[in-house]
Design a protein around this ligand. Structure first.
Ligand SMILES: Cc1ncc(COP(=O)(O)O)c(C=O)c1O
Length: 426
């Protein structure tokens, strides 16, 4: 634990607070301490902004105060989730028979998909992992790329499969799994691949990996937190070729589709495996004929986050989604062109909405990132790419306009010019 993780050890107030006074205090103290992720010039992380329709749908759902665990607790939440979970595989070109659930984010979606994988592979060996645990279970092999996202490793840890007890396959210069370095698979192997590397945006060679996995009986899980949405655009769909051959998928509503936080989606081809991994039974819990949401999720009580997922997808439609993906990718290309033209090095192939920039040596690049963040025209994050510090520009927001991109480019170029020639101690 970090020493300062829990700094607020104040006693709770004795007297009740007046509701309006509490809200006023919240606004005065809280609002200035927020980050403008809803604006058009926030390029940090892969954070979408929430569409107004999503925010408003969340307000409605909050006013309803529904517990989306069971259909009987909220027929509306369950039905909206059913509809949205039908749209997602359609938009992403995934099998229509997929089971799905709406979870908090790609981390939990990875957890859910991998739990279904663990169930299915061990069931083949006659082992009931949900009841008997992993002690003494037939061993499973987990294969990941060297550039696996940290949240997937965390999910493996939570599932008892181990963050480190994996075969890491070397990645190429874009972070893609090298198929020539894949180990042999068998029917007790889970292979984890990515659609959209968090830094470069690159896609693993899914078609080749999935075909091999099918022949050898392995399970393929896709971490497609944002990249899977490229399938919603005719222009970028080719990047997701072969991902539909996998067995489970994790993606986010709150990233590229700009649904408000928090909203992730787990999908599993074998819906029965998903249900077996996630369902519970209790005397007071009487599942009906229809899908009970919490039979497919890690949680029981849950926020009705399917409401804003439904509202956002309903308002975008197929064309709106494609336009959002294509517009943000166009902005990313403009960033890359503008920075390259100013003599800065673009470290990745800009295949979707991610741009990695170096401004020279490590100290200058770090100084540019820090100054861009403090100057305030826009906000870009930092990362390390292939051993080099880099600025990471992620264009994920519906709100970003061409003017936002030009203003941000001008600011970054000016700051980079000011930082050029900095000595490491400056
Ligand atoms: C590739 C990838 N996987 C998983 C995650 C985790 O997603 P979440 O924060 O929604 O849990 C991210 C977050 O950026 C990501 O980029």
């Amino acid at each position: 634990m970090e020493a300062n993780d829990f700094v607020y050890t104040m006693p709770i107030h004795d007297a009740p607070g007046d509701a309006l006074g509490v809200l006023d205090l919240l606004d005065r103290v809280g609002s200035p301490a927020t980050v403008a992720t809803a604006g058009g010039r926030f390029f940090g992380f892969v954070n979408g902004a929430a569409f107004p329709v999503s925010v408003a749908a969340t307000w409605i759902a909050s006013a309803w105060d529904q517990n989306a665990a069971l259909r009987v607790m909220s027929p509306a939440a369950a039905a909206l989730e059913d509809v949205a979970l039908g749209w997602v595989p359609d938009a992403l070109g995934l099998p229509s028979e997929c089971g799905g659930s709406v979870v908090t984010g790609a981390s939990m979606a990875n957890f859910t998909g991998l739990a279904a994988a663990r169930h299915a592979l061990l069931e083949r060996c006659g082992w009931d992992v949900e009841n008997d645990g992993l002690f003494g279970a037939p061993p499973l092999t987990v294969v990941v790329g060297d550039d696996v996202h940290a949240s997937l490793s965390k999910a493996l840890g939570l599932l008892g499969l181990g963050r480190k007890r994996v075969i890491r396959v070397p990645a190429d210069d874009q972070g893609r799994i090298r198929v020539d370095r894949l180990p042999a698979f068998d029917d007790r192997t889970i292979v984890c691949i990515q659609a959209g590397n968090v830094n470069s945006g690159a896609f693993d060679p899914a078609a080749e990996i999935c075909r091999r996995a099918r022949v050898e009986g392995a399970w393929v899980h896709v971490d497609g937190a944002f990249g899977l949405w490229a399938a919603a655009s005719p222009r970028y769909r080719h990047l997701t070729e072969g991902f539909d051959l996998a067995d489970s998928w994790a993606t986010d509503g709150h990233k590229w589709p700009n649904v408000g936080y928090d909203c992730g989606i787990a999908m599993v081809r074998n819906a029965a495996a998903m249900r077996a991994a996630m369902s519970i039974s209790a005397a007071y819990f009487n599942p009906g004929e229809l899908r009970e949401p919490s039979n497919y999720t890690p949680e029981m009580s849950r926020r009705a986050r399917g409401v804003e997922l439904w509202a956002t997808l309903r308002s975008l439609g197929r064309r709106g989604l494609a336009e959002l993906i294509e517009r943000t990718c166009r902005h990313a290309r403009r960033f890359a062109e503008g920075l390259r033209a100013a003599g800065h090095e673009i470290l990745n192939e800009v295949v979707i909405n991610q741009v990695l920039v170096s401004f020279g040596d490590a100290a200058v690049t770090r100084a540019v990132i820090a100054k861009v963040q403090s100057e305030g025209t826009c906000w870009c994050g930092g990362t390390e790419w292939q051993g080099r510090p880099a600025m990471r520009i992620s264009v994920s927001s519906w709100a970003t306009t061409e003017e936002d991109v030009e203003m941000s480019l001008a600011a970054i170029r000016r700051i980079a010019e000011e930082c050029r020639g900095l000595r490491p101690t400056d």
